[in-house]
Design a protein around this ligand. Structure first.
Ligand code: NAP
Length: 387
């Protein structure tokens, strides 16, 4: 039987990879809904190829154009468009691949409704991890990680009792600037930061990889997904990006998952689990490949990793503020308003002004997110002025 898929963030890097996977298995899957935001021309091409029943976009004007071009297509728009798309998609798998906090509401709704959720939108778990896991428990939603590291951990944990886990080891490439002298980091240029050595991804996550905030967010994501305390989640630099993560057990065994550096595998695994299908990625030739190396991340080179750990240990309100401040600071860097070296200072400044909080629902989460964004914008203005 063919599984219906709702793809949130279809025009992004993960979204396009998901479509590549779906193209490989036309009998196993069909596209029911697609959500994008601004890249409407690309969305229209996707509609022509995959013939979904419904879509959502950002602007009402774009929605009108799509309705004219595709009579019979259900078209939602605005910030809640993706939520409505999820609500109209009974029984189907949802790929949550919207970037950042804007993906929270639709991801959370999919979890509440008990869908299988292929989760790429890690920021949703950072902001609302406890509430999301509680909702999944109530609704029976299956949360299958699309982050390659969490997909690896998920596979290494299978059939093992979590109480035997000593440590989760998340691997990190080290990002685009890992070989740049430390004193040159503050003035790193945008094109240097976006030149990721092993992965091709969206701009926000590529900047997060260079600061290693991405790994910090992933530590928090792993904590929620796998119920492992933050102190038992380590990060190790592995420049070849072939070992996608590891689990160390109390008897000294370390289980690792290796595969070619290609998001098609974790996306496909989340869609087909527990089945494994061939064809999405090339096989590894370990003897012909590079030597696999591992090292400790330097906390002075990657202060954002420490900030993420501190925020998550402090309170849920701090994790929300961390994510909001990071999104504001990364956007400011992408826009050329602040230097690369100003990113950690903006995030630290916001965290220092954040009160402890345990939000009871999405409204309080958005409230904390909004306050942190305003503080971050003020700090960006100051850091930009000082540049
Ligand atoms: N890229 C990777 O390899 C990778 C790996 C692991 C995890 N992730 C995670 O996956 C998520 C997506 O990353 P990405 O690199 O694919 O990002 P991306 O390339 O920037 O794509 C983001 C997608 O989200 C859509 N979008 C933005 N705001 C939206 C809104 N309000 N409503 C609906 N759609 C919206 C964009 O639409 P438009 O383009 O139409 O504006 C686009 O389709 C992130 O959370 C990231 O951390 C990514």
């Amino acid at each position: 039987m063919s599984t219906g898929v709702v793809l949130l963030g279809s025009t992004g890097s993960v979204g396009e990879t998901a479509l590549k996977v779906l193209r490989l298995h036309p009998d196993a899957f069909h596209v029911v809904g697609l959500a994008a935001w601004r890249r409407v021309e690309r969305l229209a091409e996707q509609v022509r190829e995959f013939r979904p029943r419904a879509v959502s976009v950002g602007r009402a004007e774009d929605a009108r154009r799509l309705r004219e071009a595709f009579p019979g297509l259900e078209v939602h728009s605005g910030p809640d468009g993706a939520v409505r798309l999820v609500e109209h998609s009974e029984g189907h798998t949802v790929v949550a691949a919207i970037v950042g906090s804007r993906g929270l509401a639709s991801t959370y709704r999919a979890v509440q409704l008990g869908r299988r959720v292929a989760l790429a939108n890690k920021e949703a778990l950072v902001m609302a991890g406890r509430l999301m896991m509680e909702a999944a428990h109530r609704s029976g939603a299956e949360l299958l990680p699309v982050d390659s590291e969490h997909c690896a951990v998920f596979q290494c944990l299978k059939a093992e009792s979590p109480r035997h886990v000593r440590r989760i080891l998340l691997t990190a490439s080290g990002g685009a600037l890992r070989d740049l002298p430390r004193e040159a980091l503050p003035e790193a240029r945008l094109e240097q930061v976006l030149a990721h050595p092993t992965w091709r991804m969206g701009r926000k996550i590529t900047v997060d990889s260079a600061t290693m905030m991405n790994k910090g967010l992933e530590v928090i994501e792993a904590h929620h997904l796998f119920g492992v305390p933050l102190g038992r989640i380590s990060v190790v630099i592995h420049p070849q990006s072939l070992v996608h993560s590891m689990v160390e057990y109390e008897d000294g065994s370390v289980l690792a998952q290796l595969a070619a550096t290609d998001m098609a595998l974790p996306v496909q695994y989340a869609l087909t689990y527990p089945a494994r299908l061939p064809g999405a990625i090339p096989f590894l030739d370990l003897a012909a490949g590079p030597a696999l190396t591992f090292s400790e991340p330097d906390p002075l080179r990657y202060p954002c990793l420490g900030l993420a750990r501190e925020a998550a240990a402090r309170s849920e309100g701090h994790a929300i503020a961390l994510n909001a401040a990071n999104e504001v600071a990364v956007q400011a860097f992408l826009d050329g308003r602040i230097r690369f070296g100003a990113l950690p200072g903006v995030i630290r400044g916001v965290l220092e002004r954040t009160p402890d909080a345990t939000p009871s629902g999405l409204e309080e989460i958005y409230g904390a997110d909004d306050s942190a964004r305003r503080r971050a914008e003020a700090l960006v203005a100051r850091a930009g002025g000082a540049a």
